[in-house]
Write a protein that binds this ligand. Sequence first.
Ligand SMILES: C[S@@+](CC[C@H](N)C(=O)[O-])C[C@H]1O[C@@H](n2cnc3c(N)ncnc32)[C@H](O)[C@@H]1O
Length: 278
Amino acid sequence: MTVRDVLRAAIEYLERKGVDSPRVDAELLLAHALGLSRIQLYTEHDRPLTEVERAAARALVERRGRREPLAYVLGEWGFRRLTLATDARALVPRPETEVVVERCLELLKRLEAPRVVDVGTGSGAIALALAQERPDARVWATDSSGDALSLARANAARLGLAVEMRNGDLLAGLEGPFDLVVSNPPYVLAAELDELQPELLAEPRAALVDQGQTESLARAARDVLDGWLVVEVHERRARTVAASAEALGYTEVTISADLAGSERVVEARWQKATSNRR
Ligand SMILES: C[S@@+](CC[C@H](N)C(=O)[O-])C[C@H]1O[C@@H](n2cnc3c(N)ncnc32)[C@H](O)[C@@H]1O
């Protein structure tokens, strides 16, 4: 069988399995298995595959057919300028979270050597992107999942980025003041789980299901902040989170949209000296 034959068979197989983007996924998986670029799949379409190559490609395509997230099957995923290792220990970093990082960079623009903490770091995506794009920042990251934190640590090591990782609840054990507390907390309601694609259900439950972390974090962050709280939110709950931040005494509360135009990021200011804690 040639590259073209195997690619065609993989696309048809993924289509039958209900995968959303069978062609792109098949191309990425085959390219990964063969150590080729996607373009080379077409420039080398007549090349016959060895038995070993076919077995490697088949194993990856079958995993995807079982609706394992593409990022887990590939074992790595792009996030801003980074390529992060990805597996079932943590959520796959999403494009909307890149907008969260964008907002953080904007808010930190005029600060030198800012102190930043990413709560619920998962693969380390936000913390590592901030460490890379603001090399003068001192960055901490926490996660209550030891598995997620082990992946974040591995990503930090492989990228050579310095982030201080802590295993624990929200901001436990961290001493402020921080210029920025950022988080993409779990925000899927338990009642919404049935509507989710099988791929999402393969991600850790603790990374998905809302257990009130956004509200708890907004409360706790007041003890360590002298700056900005930035949180990613469910698109239908941005206004609720913004109103709750105001009720907690935060000022300059604003909502930003993600690349799809959904209300996705809430940011709010807490100034130690002047804030009116409620
Ligand atoms: C939606 S995932 C976000 C992962 C990563 N920040 C990203 O954006 O790709 C939420 C993360 O928060 C962690 N988490 C959930 N509850 C937590 C808590 N109370 N304290 C610290 N981390 C928590 C989960 O283990 C998970 O890694």
